[in-house]
Design a protein around this ligand. Structure first.
Ligand SMILES: [Zn+2]
Ligand SMILES: [Zn+2]
Length: 139
């Protein structure tokens, strides 16, 4: 489970609902982080760390994801903290695409992501690889 750096519309329902659950989990960890006063000594997953200070972006991704799911009611924690610019990737877009491709062709995952659109999108992102262009895809 993870947050994908892809437009949610290109992803299947299995990945959308997985991502939605993951966002709630990450926001829970981020809340804990701020409750501890932003101190270290508590270990956070890289997927959590990259959203600290970028909660507004994560909230936008959440809302876009939730809009494609039925009966969404769960509220999302949103800290009032200064926001950082840009997006930090844990895994490269090509690695993420590779991961999706593997799941897409493994029947057990029931993944139905639109891999052709994802391939085109990733190709474009790499061609014009400026971090702002990537962030723009989510806003
Ligand atoms: Zn939600
Ligand atoms: Zn999928």
């Amino acid at each position: 489970m993870r947050i994908w750096d892809f437009p949610i519309e290109m992803m299947c329902m299995v990945h959308r609902s997985g991502q939605h659950r993951e966002i709630h989990g990450i926001m829970g960890s981020i809340r804990k982080y701020y409750e501890l006063g932003g101190k270290s000594g508590y270990s956070f997953h890289p997927e959590t760390i990259r959203w600290i200070g970028r909660e507004r972006l994560l909230l936008q991704i959440h809302d876009r994801t939730a809009a494609t799911l039925k009966n969404h009611k769960s509220p999302l924690f949103m800290p009032e903290v200064p926001q950082k610019e840009g997006l930090v990737l844990v895994d490269s877009l090509s690695d993420q695409l590779e991961n999706i491709l593997q799941k897409r062709y493994d029947q057990n995952h029931k993944c139905n992501c639109d891999v052709n659109k994802l391939l085109d999108w990733v190709e474009n992102q790499i061609k014009f690889s400026h971090i702002n262009a990537l962030t723009a895809a989510f806003t």
